[in-house]
Design a protein around this ligand. Structure first.
Ligand code: SAH
Length: 397
């Protein structure tokens, strides 16, 4: 077993069960990509078993802080079993569920989503890449699914020196229909394509916020709704279900918008109540304002503007701008659901940005709720970096 020895004073983070060891913390030792290593303090004391990533700034991701643990196929089966059992207790109102959420489930770099009888997984670090077969076999056994699609095409793979992969890992076929499935979320039907959709196919992290949106649209009687960065229209379907008369979905992806239109029909709503606009949200908000459009509810769910804290300042300006415009487009008493999925912008900073946007818009508002990702995307106490999705529900004064 290869040993990674830390520099004096660099043990603290592992002792606090934070799962990452950065390159600069290592005194000596190296291993192959994904190889299991024993991490020791400068005094030789055991700290953790982990997977080595020779190419990444994050040199080791810890598997376990228990000296007696063996990192083998049975270890991965146990971790997966625990993760899946946890979801079973969460009373999730959907058959689209995140079964494994990386570090939060003690499986750094692994994301597994279940869509009906289909599994879709991302192997984002050298450790899970090395154990891919054991993980795939255990997943099929534990879920009873027979098909697993690999969506290891996220850009972070490059930081690990791993190639991009998008293919069936277990089961499946060349038929493009094989990667499509219709899930039932909060009673709505949503089509997901695990090969073509974003991430593993869909944004399951917003499930509870979509359900909540339907609720508040109804409660506050919102009639005209603007869903910005709509993707395939999850929030648009929610708005229609909540009684909105007219919903506009805006996205820069034409295929996503085509699905948004399809979702309106699939759920039995009159297509005349929905309009898909293929546009850049920033430009569209400005035009809508100029054209004198007004809305009773607006959703802002942009892509990650700040992947890390280093991008926070530029991201802050971008968030402020769209929130300012949205607040201007809202009628008094209107509802704003605004999100950030940037790891580099924490909930406090996001609150400040939106407050600043409101001042610039000459608006005030009541904070109805602070929003976060659905519980099957947990944040753990020891790994706060895992928290990424935050949002605010605001009622404009
Ligand atoms: N709210 C969605 C998820 C949104 S993901 C849901 O609940 O499923 C972010 C979306 O923003 C993606 O669909 C992407 O195509 C779109 N997007 C990114 N930049 C954009 C821009 N400048 N203008 C319009 N859409 C954009």
């Amino acid at each position: 077993m290869k040993v990674i020895k830390l520099r004096e004073g660099k043990e603290r983070s592992l002792l606090r069960r934070h799962p990452w060891v950065f390159q600069g913390s290592i005194d000596k030792g190296k291993a192959d990509g994904g190889e299991t290593v024993r991490v020791e303090g400068h005094d030789g004391a055991f700290l953790a078993w982990g997977a080595f990533s020779p190419q990444s700034q994050i040199s080791v991701r810890a598997w376990s802080f228990d000296k007696a643990e063996r990192i083998d196929a049975a270890f991965f089966a146990r971790r997966l079993e625990t993760a899946i059992a946890l979801r079973g207790r969460m009373a999730i109102a959907s058959d689209g569920v995140r079964l494994v959420h990386g570090e939060a489930d003690g499986l750094p770099g692994l994301v597994v989503d279940r869509y009906g009888d289909l599994l879709s997984a991302q192997f984002l670090a050298a450790g899970v890449e090395r154990w891919k077969d054991a993980i795939a076999d255990a997943l099929l056994r534990l879920t009873g699914c027979s098909r697993l699609y690999e969506r290891s095409d996220a850009s972070v793979r490059a930081l690990e020196g791993l190639p991009s992969v998008r293919a069936w890992l277990r089961g499946g076929s060349d038929d493009p229909a094989a990667s499509r499935v219709t899930i039932r979320e909060s009673g709505w039907k949503l089509d997901v394509d695990v090969a073509e959709g974003h991430k593993t196919g869909y944004y399951l992290d917003q499930r509870d916020n979509r359900a909540r949106f339907a609720q508040v649209v109804r409660q506050y009687g919102c009639k005209r709704v603007l869903n910005c960065f709509s993707y395939t229209g999850g929030f648009s379907v929610a708005a229609l279900a909540g009684g909105a008369e007219r919903v506009v979905s805006v996205d820069s992806s034409a295929p996503a918008l085509a699905l948004a239109d399809a979702h309106v029909r699939l759920n039995g709503f009159d297509p005349a109540r929905h309009e898909a606009r293929d546009a850049d949200v920033n430009a569209l908000l400005r035009e809508a304002l100029k054209a004198g459009e007004r809305y009773d509810a607006i959703v802002l769910d942009p892509p990650k503007f700040a992947p890390t804290a280093a991008h926070a300042e530029r991201a802050a300006r971008a968030y402020k701008d769209i929130n300012r415009l949205a607040l201007k487009l809202l009628e008094p008493g209107g509802l704003l659901l605004t999100f950030s999925c940037s790891g580099g912008v924490n909930a406090d900073l996001f609150h400040k940005i939106v407050a600043g946007a409101a001042i610039d818009a000459g608006a005030d508002g009541a904070l109805l709720a602070r929003l976060e990702g659905a519980p099957d995307h947990p944040t753990t106490l020891t790994f706060p970096e895992g928290e990424y999705l935050k949002g605010l529900a605001i009622l404009k004064a």
